[in-house]
Design a protein around this ligand. Structure first.
Ligand SMILES: Nc1ncnc2c1ncn2[C@@H]1O[C@H](COP(=O)(O)OP(=O)(O)O)[C@@H](O)[C@H]1O
Ligand SMILES: [Mg+2]
Length: 519
């Protein structure tokens, strides 16, 4: 049988535009919904990320209440409630019911969310697996409360409001409560919800978190009232902008001349640099950005990339800082020694980033196991794709034998330790939209290794000090065993008081075998 081929016209008839919601409904694995276990974690993670982001931006010490309860054998009700700023009544449908709407995408600022997909992915997943809408209750502290039941019209990528009330109830509260029912599976393992919450508590020790799960209630009390400083928003740095985006910036700018465009729309370009860029490109700095043709755009772009410019400012970053890291580790991990290191900021493709490392050592940590690695990116614990992540690779590539841990080849070290690495950036180069692994740019691996080495050196001096102390303790014990006998003999020879001789010998033993260890 001969099958006739289609011509271009027939094929063209079959073309259809698909909406972003349809795309992610089909490709839900891209957002972290590839299996029920991971789906439950993803929903929890998106809710908690948003609550923490919103509280921090509003400078409120976060208090987060999370509930995960089974409704059937394979369904769960997930609820999160926070004491954040809440959301404006009229903004709720679009912000939580239309994909790619968010406040963070265009900001050059460090935050947990970035694309404006998080909550919508969860709403979409809920309606896909249980057919039920998401309930939203919110107030901004104005004595009015919003109630919504929301779904997403997938074909249009628009919110579908099932019900809405905006009630003047006089209650002075602010915050957001989200509730949905989803298909999921609850596990208590390294990739499960309880571990995630524990890591959130470690990396956000300024948050009070209550987790009411299938196995009961866990409370993580805040260990500090210190919020990390609020990062500042910055303009893009010329080194990080690609040609297509540069062209669009030229079209969209409100600056009158090329020179002011460079100065106003980018960070780190002053009057001299702007003139320099135009001169190298052979372009008059006074012409209008809108009049620039394709060829000139390319010349300016090349010249901009070659210009000698300062690195982007780093106050757009919000590292945890050594004291917050230590407070998180100490409150949740039963170790005996803790160290934390914050590296100076560095830059990849024009985006500033900063690496921090913490180590908890000894105490009740298991002696002979591969060390646990807590990976954090913009303060969010990463639970999946461990092997693909720059953090895991950097931990493996670090030579831990020089820091008193066991290690065979390029594997994770073994010993009573937990290693925590925080990667903070205005734009984290995740390997996929589900944001679970950081791409292994060489500069990123290098910075992580430097942070680990510094934390490792501190651990090593503690371990060596401890070992010396233990050796001397042993020697003292041996010495002390013979003191009564020696005292007896000396007493016979010298007739000196036995108790006095004993005391003197004991003092001497302490002097000879005493050593201070710091931790
Ligand atoms: N708990 C919350 N409190 C206040 N605002 C919130 C909260 N959760 C989400 N938002 C707002 O909704 C927007 C969309 O959230 P989301 O879909 O997770 O995307 P993203 O976090 O990537 O911006 C956020 O940018 C924020 O402005
Ligand atoms: Mg989010």
């Amino acid at each position: 049988m001969v099958v006739e081929g289609k011509d271009a016209e027939q094929m063209a008839k079959e073309h259809k535009e698909i909406s972003i919601s349809e795309f992610f409904e089909k490709n839900r694995h891209l957002l972290g919904y590839d299996n029920p276990t991971r789906a439950l974690l993803t929903v929890v993670k998106e809710f908690v990320d948003n609550s923490l982001d919103a509280c921090e931006e509003a400078r409120i010490l976060p208090r987060i209440w999370l509930e995960v309860k089974p409704t059937t054998s394979d369904r769960f009700r997930v609820m999160v409630k926070d004491n954040g700023p809440g959301m404006l009544d009229k903004r709720i449908p679009k912000t939580l019911g239309k994909l790619l709407v968010g406040s963070k995408f265009y900001k050059h600022i460090q935050s947990r969310g970035q694309q404006g997909l998080g909550t919508k992915g969860a709403v979409l997943y809920a309606q896909l697996t249980t057919g039920k809408p998401t309930t939203i209750i919110s107030s901004t502290g104005n004595g009015k409360t919003s109630f919504y039941e929301l779904m997403i019209d997938v074909k249009k990528n628009e919110p579908k409001i099932i019900s809405h009330k905006y009630v003047e109830d006089g209650r002075k509260w602010h915050g957001l409560k989200l509730e949905m029912e989803i298909e999921g599976r609850y596990v208590d393992s390294r990739t499960g919800v309880p571990e995630f919450i524990k890591e959130v508590a470690i990396s956000n020790p300024f948050a009070d978190i209550i987790f009411d799960g299938p196995e009961g209630r866990m409370e993580f009390k805040r260990g500090t009232n210190e919020l990390p400083p609020l990062p500042k928003e910055i303009k893009p740095h010329p080194y990080g902008v690609e040609l297509g985006i540069f062209r669009r910036m030229l079209q969209d700018t409100s600056s009158r001349s090329i020179k002011t465009f460079f100065m106003n729309d980018f960070t780190r370009v002053g009057s001299t640099s702007a003139n320099g860029i135009c001169e190298v490109a052979g372009i008059d700095p006074k012409i209008s950005p809108k009049s620039v043709d394709r060829e000139t755009t390319e010349k300016l772009f090349k010249s901009m990339k070659k210009a000698k410019l300062l690195r982007p400012p780093t106050d757009c970053l919000s590292p945890l800082g050594e004291s917050i890291m230590l407070s998180g580790l100490k409150k949740e991990i039963e170790g005996e020694f803790f160290s934390a290191v914050t590296r100076p900021a560095a830059v990849y493709r024009g985006e500033p980033f900063q690496v921090e490392a913490g180590i908890a050592y000894g105490g009740k940590l298991p002696e002979d196991q591969a060390v646990e690695v807590i990976r954090l990116s913009n303060r969010v614990p990463l639970m999946y794709q461990k092997g693909d992540c720059a953090i895991t690779k950097a931990v493996e590539k670090t030579n831990w034998k020089s820091y008193e841990l066991k290690q065979s080849g390029s594997n994770l070290p073994r010993g009573p330790a937990i290693v925590m690495v925080h990667f903070a950036s205005t734009w984290v180069p995740y390997t996929s939209e589900s944001k679970q692994a950081i791409a292994s740019y060489p500069i990123i691996i290098k910075e992580i290794k430097l942070a680990l080495q510094e934390a490792g050196r501190r651990m090593k001096s503690y371990v060596i000090g401890k070992r010396k102390f233990e050796m001397r303790q042993k020697r003292r014990k041996k010495f002390e065993r013979y003191i009564p006998e020696v005292a007896e003999t000396l007493n016979k020879i010298t007739n000196e008081d036995k108790q006095l001789i004993k005391a003197k010998l004991q003092k001497k033993a302490k002097e000879v075998t005493g050593v201070k260890i710091s931790g």
